[in-house]
Design a protein around this ligand. Structure first.
Ligand code: NAP
Length: 286
């Protein structure tokens, strides 16, 4: 490793994709500032000498100012910001409260904006890179996960605007669009579904079935988080990184979804909802 490696700040590193990314980048020549709301949860990452843990709730401006001060002490500056931290709020949109929708955007969009804006001057000095952890939900909106999908679509729009604004200043903005990745996000989703506030909704049967189906698939048949970590690494080192990287088993299907007309995708989605609802009901009767 070089004496003065390039530094990358990764948010949300105490589990899943963020943790895998921090580890992978640190073992491939970068110095990593690993952000987490709870630093105590980073005890394994702390063993790696190329990782500096930093307390960072992306919705908390005081945390961000502190992290900026820490990073500014490094003569190498900051080469990359990986906006990975994210939460999921789900439920039928006609039952989701505006508070839940705000809480969703608070982390997945406003948090991203707050930290990117604060660290941009450092990235400008290094002509660095901003990597946004979007999702397949950033271009393909599934029913009953409206808050999450809306926030990731917003992140995509935000990233496109930002990229076009700063392109001539040498700072690159790259979107990562993972499909299903097996991380703790799914067990968190399970808890949310168990404590769902909308069980008397007219959409409950379909919403519950789709939630259970997605969670079961996510827990058992997703790609491992290292697949995303490797893509982030590529996005940081490639001379000409792509603007978007899909990381999924079925990336061809996703590419088709991006070009099919919306009315046709609607039909496919409706068919899927009906099929899943039927299957889940059958299973419950067995
Ligand atoms: N897993 C998938 O299938 C998948 C697919 C597409 C995109 N993604 C995206 O990938 C990213 C990582 O998700 P994951 O699957 O690795 O889930 P995860 O294991 O739940 O990780 C999410 C991370 O974000 C952190 N976080 C939440 N709110 C935060 C805040 N206000 N400030 C700082 N950190 C915060 C969490 O910390 P706490 O433990 O403190 O809550 C956790 O470390 C998310 O943006 C997610 O939307 C995931």
């Amino acid at each position: 490793m070089s004496d003065n490696p390039k530094s990358i700040l990764v948010t949300g590193t105490n589990s899943g994709i963020g943790q895998a990314t921090a580890e992978y980048l640190a073992s491939h020549g970068f110095h990593v500032y690993a952000g987490a709301r709870n630093i105590a949860a980073l005890k394994d990452l702390c063993k790696n000498q190329n990782i500096t843990p930093v307390r960072l709730d992306v919705t908390n401006i005081e945390d961000i100012i502190e992290v900026k001060k820490i990073v500014e002490q490094n003569a190498a500056g900051l080469f990359g910001l990986v906006n990975n931290a994210g939460i999921t709020k789900a439920g039928p949109l006609m039952d989701v409260s505006v508070e839940d929708l705000r809480a969703q955007f608070e982390v997945n969009l406003f948090g991203v904006h707050q930290i990117t804006q604060a660290l941009f001057p450092l990235l400008l000095q290094t002509k660095g890179r901003i990597v946004m952890m979007s999702s397949d939900s950033g271009f393909f909106a599934t029913p009953f996960v409206g808050p999450y999908c809306s926030s990731k679509f917003a992140l995509e729009g935000y990233s496109d605007s930002l990229r076009r604004e700063i392109i001539s200043y040498g700072v690159k903005v790259i979107l990562i669009e993972p499909g299903r990745i097996t991380t703790p996000i799914w067990s968190k989703g399970e808890k949310i579904l168990k404590n769902a506030k909308y069980t008397d909704s007219i959409f409950w049967k379909e919403a519950k079935a789709m939630g259970e189906y997605a969670i079961q698939k996510g827990k058992t048949s997703g790609l491992p988080p290292i697949a995303v970590a490797k893509t982030v690494y590529h996005a940081l080192i490639a001379a000409k990184p792509k603007l978007r990287y899909i990381v999924a088993k079925n990336s061809f299907e996703y590419k088709l979804m991006k070009i099919f007309p919306a009315w046709y995708v609607d039909r496919l989605v409706l068919k899927k909802v009906q099929e899943v609802t039927r299957l889940v009901a059958q299973k419950a009767e067995e």
